[in-house]
Design a protein around this ligand. Structure first.
Ligand code: PLP
Length: 638
């Protein structure tokens, strides 16, 4: 656990149990020891074949914990409640969840259900997101906010106004000045009084990767001049009372409470000014930005960490709003936040398997091999070889490495010219490895091939270098014997993970069960988990190489024998599903191939056409990932 810094990034939800497995604490600090869930047991339950009591799902697997989601929501709410109470703040906090962070039906429904006791609402950034937010909030608190952000056209605005008509507490936040004309026009046509918000472009700028959203040149929001024009226009249309919310978002992963307080303080001044200008302001919406400590370092100088707790975040927000409003004698507004990352990151874990490992340190060289190699060297190469041997005898390690490198280069040249055989080239590689190993110049780094697509499941690693904690989920009571990088299934050199939390370029890993690094030598799989990836990764991922989404299970704490119950299990996308995403038509493709089977398969009389056609049908239904055991393999005679 120490080696993988689990206590740093994992607390209070993830720990390591006495079996050396990752243990999930579904209620955070309130979890009792007997309520902890052994993640390996969940993976076995999900992936074991049905015949042995499992659910027969194929990996990779997303394991969702709704209890963790509930705990995150409750912790966020209670942090604000405490800050409000302790500072004598005279309004309440009511958050919204930005559905873009994870639009999964069950995630959104859970948030609405768990948050209905404290008026928790939703934020949408597009028309389909608005549709899903509208339908989910029909089961939420009537006071829950439905915040409409993003670029808007007539259709989007009409839909948001219809939502108001349906008594959903909808606020249309102007991100572009032009949206106001549409709101005025459509609301008059529909006979609906809109509630309007303004997204302000703050001067406060967050300097990290996620800060490009903020500052005067940021992509979103209205400048001071534009805000004043909006106020004037609303006044002209006798609609200034409709302006009730001020929104801003200075970027995700806000690194420190100092920066947060700076931004919130600036926004609170704008809020007070809007009150002075006659708007009926009620809510200050501080956007997202509540960060996650992905590497457990509690540092404010990194995109993957933050230097504050939930409580410190809430206190800083409440204080900044309170100070600004008290100074101007303005009634305290309702505080809304749009935290996405902080709500959903912890609730899901991506589990995948290492299927094989290769290392670069295995070449062997025998004495007869060396003699054969030396005898065939040209004079130049022989001189390099002799210099190398002499330096080794004198113990001059740097010189040794230099000569080894020269010898290798010369031999590669000779191979390209055709004067060196492949066996000799292999021998020179082995000799150079031997030299660098003998003098301790390099620790061999192994490549573990893992059964995922990084483009589908960890797209932010590829796109923006975002790091997530990735660790084996078992054998954590065993010292890892090697270090390795992870290489995925795609035919793409970017499909590898060679950067890990803590600035490491390799990960401590255990040796795989079988001989020569292959898996399943003793039937034991090696499972790894990617943690804190519940926000953004699922919706951002693509279908590069036509690898589709993983299987998913929902797991709740239960007082049964295993302390968990799988409440939902969904297999990942099949080959047919991903083909359909790219406009192929699996049914027609199957028909075409079936005709070919009927035409040719029986030519030599060895194949059953029915068996072949059935096998092909199975291929469309199987997942694109490597299967531990073929559910229905395509063979000629089955
Ligand atoms: N609100 C808006 C307008 C955003 O653009 C974002 C994310 O970029 C969020 C909320 C969610 O931010 P976070 O995930 O940092 O909480």
């Amino acid at each position: 656990a120490l080696l993988y810094r689990v206590d740093g990034w994992g607390a209070p939800y993830f720990t390591v149990n006495s079996n050396g497995n990752v243990s999930v604490r579904p209620y955070g600090v309130n979890t009792l020891p007997h309520q902890e869930i052994d993640l390996l047991k969940v993976v076995k339950k999900a992936s074991d074949p049905k015949s042995s009591g499992g659910l027969g799902l194929q990996l990779p697997l997303v394991v969702r914990f709704p209890d963790v989601l509930k705990n995150r929501l409750e912790c966020l709410q209670s942090s604000f409640d405490f800050a409000i109470q302790s500072q004598g703040y005279e309004a309440h906090y009511q958050g919204v969840y930005p559905v873009k962070c994870n639009q999964d039906k069950f995630v959104v429904e859970d948030i609405v259900k768990f948050g209905s006791g404290f008026r928790f609402g939703l934020e949408a950034g597009s028309k389909p997101e608005l549709l899903l937010a509208m339908s989910c909030l029909c089961n939420g608190s009537p006071e829950a906010l439905l915040v409409c952000n993003g670029f808007k056209d007539v259709e989007y605005i009409s839909l948001a106004l219809v939502a108001r008509k349906l008594h959903l507490n909808t606020v249309i936040v102007l991100e572009q000045e032009e949206e106001l004309d549409i709101v005025i026009d459509v609301s008059k046509k529909l006979g609906v009084r809109p509630v309007i918000g303004i997204r302000a472009k703050l001067r406060t700028k967050h300097s990290g990767h996620f800060g490009s959203t903020s500052g005067e040149k940021g992509k979103f929001g209205l400048t001071t001049t534009q805000i004043l024009r909006v106020v004037n226009k609303l006044q002209q249309h006798e609609m200034l009372d409709c302006l009730q919310l001020l929104h801003f978002h200075i970027g995700s992963q806000i690194p420190s409470t100092a920066l947060l307080a700076d931004g919130v303080g600036e926004a609170a001044q704008i809020y007070c000014e809007l009150m002075r200008l006659g708007a009926c302001m009620r809510v200050i919406d501080i956007g997202g930005g509540l960060g996650i400590d992905y590497d457990g370092s509690k540092s404010q100088n990194s995109d993957v960490s933050v230097a504050y707790s939930l409580q410190e975040y809430a206190c800083a927000v409440v204080e900044a709003v309170r100070l600004a409003c008290d100074r101007k004698g303005v009634k305290h507004p309702v505080i809304c936040s749009e935290s996405g990352r902080a709500i959903v990151s912890h609730h899901s874990i991506l589990v995948f398997e290492a299927v094989s490992a290769s290392s670069h340190d295995s070449p062997q060289i025998s004495s007869p091999g060396l003699q054969y190699f030396v005898e065939r060297l040209t004079d130049d190469a022989l001189a390099d070889y002799r210099n190398l041997s002499a330096a080794a005898i004198r113990g001059e390690y740097d010189t040794c490495l230099l000569h080894a490198e020269q010898l290798k280069q010369r031999c590669v040249e000779q191979f390209k010219e055709g004067s060196l055989a492949m066996e000799q080239l292999a021998a020179v590689d082995a000799l150079c490895e031997l030299v660098s190993k003998a003098i301790g110049a390099s620790e061999p780094i192994h490549t573990y091939h893992v059964n995922i697509s990084i483009f589908t499941s960890i797209p932010d690693f590829w796109a923006i270098g975002q790091l997530f904690p990735i660790i084996p989920i078992h054998r954590l009571d065993e010292r890892p014997a090697v270090r390795g990088i992870l290489s995925d299934l795609t035919c793409d050199s970017d499909g590898k993970i060679d950067k890990f939390i803590g600035g490491e370029s390799s990960l401590p890993l255990h040796e795989l069960g079988g001989s020569n690094g292959s898996l399943n030598g003793d039937g034991e799989s090696y499972y790894l988990g990617m943690f804190l990836g519940g926000a953004y990764e699922e919706a951002l991922g693509g279908v590069h190489n036509l690898f589709g989404g993983p299987s998913v299970v929902r797991v709740s704490q239960s007082d049964g024998p295993h302390s968990f119950a799988v409440t939902r299990a969904v297999p990942g996308q099949s080959c047919g599903d991903v083909l359909r995403v790219m406009q192929h038509e699996p049914e027609l493709m199957f028909e075409t191939l079936k005709h070919r089977v009927e035409e040719f398969a029986n030519e030599d009389g060895t194949s059953s056409t029915t068996a072949l056609a059935n096998g092909l049908a199975c291929s469309f239904n199987n997942m694109p990932y490597l299967a531990a055991a073929a559910s229905c393999a395509l063979t000629a005679n089955n």
